[in-house]
Write a protein that binds this ligand. Structure first.
Ligand code: CP3
Length: 341
């Protein structure tokens, strides 16, 4: 039995005294304890070594005490397992030396055996569960197929992912083949994560908002829907689409348990677009954690009042930034814990 199951209760839509809170990218660069390990081990070593990945996952649980843990890993371990080389370069971020640009490139991409290629993730989950000792639930995650395609084709981060979009619009058949391979791999991967012990999964569509509403349906949503369909019998599924408010109505009836909201969409609008019955998660502007703690507390209280305390999970509208003082992150979590309706 998980001692603090507020997060699972909110997902199931049960009435709670206060909403649960966690932060996207809560295991990360704003924590001095994380930076100490970052100096010693390169990025993918941290991901691939269960002892390190589990330690990093639990750091924020010990330090700022949110109501859920999210496994330290990266969405880009999926393309790595599919035969696409991915490096993490200081100052640049993700770097793929051989990006996909042709149908022949897509032919080289494999749908791998998960235990052979990503078994280290399952080991990290088991070790994390031991370290958590049932304190809070553990969230597993994957990138959306579209967001993975963005990196696989662009070869690195981008302001507009022009090459990725160009690939979809000029070679749609190859693009759909690639998206389907990523989807099949992601479904198998998330099912293994559930078997290894995660209590919920989140799909990050970080770049869904790069697409027009029509293109979003064709190149992103169609594949996320397949993932939701395949996973919903096994676990709770949260879909976070950044900049995807235009798709909220359809997402709300997809079978997903909860939807992530970014900070450009108001609580009222998000509730209106989703029909008021589904659990929502979000949506504090990550830069607002730079405000003084007293102001953070005021704004968090207001945010909870606007979303309503039930069917709601407090989070940021995207990942926490590296320049956030730890005491401000703590103030965010504490503000939720001291919430009174
Ligand atoms: O939320 C958590 O604490 C779990 C850990 C997590 C990481 N990446 C660790 C990480 C999660 C959930 C991710 C997901 C991820 N990775 C996404 C989707 C979420 C989002 O923020 O949109 C994306 C787009 C990626 C790809 C990626 N990996 C980027 C863009 C970067 C940043 C590069 C940079 O230097 O700015 C990474 C690296 C990465 N992944 C870091 C962390 C803590 C920082 C680099 C490091 O630790 O060396």
């Amino acid at each position: 039995m998980i001692k603090n199951d507020l997060f699972l209760k909110a997902l199931r839509g049960e009435t709670v005294e206060r909403p649960p809170v966690w932060m996207m990218r809560q295991a990360g660069r704003y924590l001095p304890e994380f930076m100490a390990l970052k100096r010693k081990y390169d990025f993918f070593t941290r991901c691939q070594t269960p002892e390190l990945a589990s330690e990093i996952t639990v750091q924020p649980i010990d330090i700022i005490e949110p109501d859920a843990a999210i496994l330290f890993s990266d969405i880009l371990v999926i393309p790595q397992a599919m035969n696409i080389e991915v490096q993490m370069k200081d100052g640049i971020g993700p770097w793929l030396p051989n990006p996909i640009r042709t149908p022949a490139d897509v032919d080289w991409v494999i749908v791998p055996q998960i235990q052979d290629t990503l078994g280290y993730v399952m080991e990290a989950i088991k070790m994390t569960k031991e370290k958590l000792a049932n304190r809070v639930p553990l969230i597993g995650f994957a990138g959306s197929p579209w967001t993975i395609l963005c990196y696989a084709v662009q070869g690195q981060g981008s302001k507009n992912f022009d090459k990725a979009k160009g690939f979809c619009f000029t070679q749609p058949e190859a693009a759909h083949q690639l998206l389907q391979k990523i989807t099949d791999t992601t479904i198998a991967y998330l099912k293994e994560k559930v078997a290894a012990g995660v209590n919920a999964v989140q799909v990050f569509d970080s770049w869904g908002g790069m697409l027009s509403p029509v293109d979003y349906q064709e190149f992103s949503w169609k594949y996320i829907q397949q993932i939701v369909d395949a996973l919903k019998e096994h676990t709770e599924v949260i879909v976070f689409g950044k900049g995807c408010w235009f798709a909220l109505k359809e997402m709300a009836t997809s079978g997903a348990t909860a939807l992530g909201i970014d900070w450009t969409c108001s609580a009222q609008n998000a509730r209106y677009l989703t029909g008021g019955n589904i659990t929502l998660q979000g949506n504090f502007d990550p830069s607002r954690l730079l405000s003084p703690p007293a102001e953070i507390k005021k704004m968090v209280t207001q945010m909870i009042n606007e979303f309503g305390k039930d069917r709601y999970i407090v989070n940021l509208g995207h990942g926490i930034l590296p320049n956030i003082p730890v005491e401000n992150a703590k103030a965010f979590v504490d503000a939720v814990k001291s919430y009174q309706s």
